[in-house]
Design a protein around this ligand. Structure first.
Ligand SMILES: Nc1nc2c(ncn2[C@@H]2O[C@H](COP(=O)(O)OP(=O)(O)OP(=O)(O)O)[C@@H](O)[C@H]2O)c(=O)[nH]1
Length: 445
């Protein structure tokens, strides 16, 4: 997960600071030295670190902070604010204004994740009610065209891909015309990459830019390449002018240096981050939420958004009713499990819960266990799912055989489910008592 080392170090610095109560200027200086080291170790650009520390120091060592009732809290708040500012402050949204079809051009080096990102972005926009058309203008890597066509089928969106023996500038121009004809309102153009930045690449991108006048040029960079990603971004911006950055593979980047430096070095914001290979693993970038994650304050807002996207309201209502009526059975349990899994890999979800992030390092989330539970429930008859109490020893053996698990696994699941049901009864019972009136609560209101 991104920012692992940095998050752990910063959180331990602040924990010590909090333990002190009253702070002196020397305490803050010592903490800042450690913050500086932690940022450098996270591969943040040294000049960015220098400016960052200077800004935090200026705000943190004043009398106002040191003499406040909660000096450590104030220092943490300042660091949080400054981290947020470092990553751009506000969320930088995609600008798709203007007459449709609006062209968006994706540029970047080979292997940065451009083609995958094109499809992810198209999917995201489609879910927001847009009608994207993908355009395969990366003619130098033949597999890129096929890859985009395949991804297009997977996400059920059209792809303009006339082949690899054409001038990419023509392909892009035709793509826009095609979108207009078909009434598509956004055109996402996947362009060619190279291993390194060279003049031929820049000239070609410049020609495409002139031909289609993109509303947004998004640079796709691989977070795992750290400072190289920042250098690439700087060069692309100087030569071509970019509107924003998509930082891919943040899921595999434990340090996070690129995410923290890109904005400060190039002046261009990160608009999206890629968090995995799947087409649904692209998220808008929120500087403030990211700062909270780094400082161990969790990211409850993103978690709620993911839940909202995964759970459909009707299902949620039905579940709520079942809980209330205490008829929640294994069928519902399975449905819930599937919904939660739709939200994404469990370790990414858990990392968003306040205070849990750094402690997760040694926890391995067993996705296999989830699959086992699913298999076990699927091997039950509908009757068994609704009335688990009828599952006797011979049924348990049959279910274990059917799901390729052991009887102990079936026993464990049934025990867990019984426990869940017991808890739910307590909770819903308490809620009902609460509704009946608060008159007989043991404490004064
Ligand atoms: N883990 C992870 N992998 C990613 C992410 N984005 C892309 N990838 C993977 O990175 C690899 C390269 O991605 P592509 O989309 O083929 O790269 P490209 O930039 O289009 O490459 P060219 O077409 O050669 O310029 C693929 O294996 C992707 O699955 C991400 O956010 N996380």
């Amino acid at each position: 997960m991104a920012f692992e080392g940095l998050a752990e170090k910063l959180q331990s610095v602040f924990k010590r600071l909090r333990g002190k109560g009253k702070l002196t200027e020397a305490d803050v200086e010592a903490a800042l030295r450690e913050v500086r080291l932690a940022l450098l170790e996270a591969d943040v650009h040294f000049k960015v670190v220098k400016d960052f520390i200077a800004r935090v120091r200026q705000r943190a060592v004043g009398q106002e902070v040191l003499e406040s009732l909660t000096p450590a809290q104030q220092v943490i708040k300042i660091v949080h604010d400054e981290l947020t500012q470092l990553m751009g402050g506000q969320q930088a949204r995609l600008d798709l204004g203007g007459a449709p079809p609006v062209p968006v051009m994706l540029v970047g080096l080979q292997g940065s994740g451009k083609t995958t990102t094109a499809a992810k972005l198209a999917r995201l926009l489609a879910r927001q009610g847009r009608q994207p058309l993908l355009v395969a203008a990366d003619v130098y890597r033949p597999a890129a065209v096929e890859q985009l066509v395949t991804l297009g089928q997977q996400i059920q969106l059209p792809v303009h891909a006339p082949g690899t023996d054409r001038d990419p500038v023509d392909i892009a121009r035709e793509g826009v015309a095609e979108a207009r004809r078909r009434g598509r309102d956004v055109v996402i153009i996947d362009t060619a990459g190279r291993l390194h930045i060279d003049d031929a690449l820049m000239e070609e991108l410049e020609r495409i830019r002139q031909a289609v006048a993109p509303r947004e040029i998004l640079l796709v960079v691989d977070a795992m390449t750290g400072q190289d990603a920042v250098n690439v971004a700087e060069t692309f911006h100087r030569r071509l002018g970019i509107d924003g950055v998509v930082l891919t593979k943040l899921d595999g980047d434990a340090r996070g240096g690129a995410a923290l430096s890109v904005r400060a070095v190039t002046g261009r914001p990160i608009k999206f981050v890629g968090l995995g290979e799947r087409v649904d693993q692209l998220e808008p970038f929120h500087p403030e939420r990211m700062a909270s994650r780094i400082l161990g304050m969790g990211d409850v807002l993103s978690l709620i958004e993911k839940a909202q996207a995964a759970f459909d309201a009707q299902q949620a209502q039905r579940l709520e009713r079942k809980l209330r009526e205490q008829t929640f059975d294994l069928e519902d349990f399975l449905e819930q499990l599937r919904q939660v899994r739709k939200m994404g890999p469990l370790d990414q979800l858990l990392a968003m819960i306040p205070g849990l992030g750094p402690r997760l390092k040694d926890v391995t989330v067993d996705e296999g266990e989830l699959r086992r539970i699913e298999a076990i429930i699927q091997s039950m008859t509908p009757e068994e799912r609704r009335h688990p109490e009828i599952i006797n020893a011979s049924r348990r053996r049959r279910i274990a055989r059917g799901s390729g698990t052991r009887v102990q696994d079936v026993n464990r699941l049934l025990k867990q489910f019984a426990e869940t049901q017991r808890l739910m009864k307590q909770v819903t019972g308490a809620a009902r008592r609460g509704r009946r009136g608060l008159g007989n609560l043991p404490f004064p209101r």
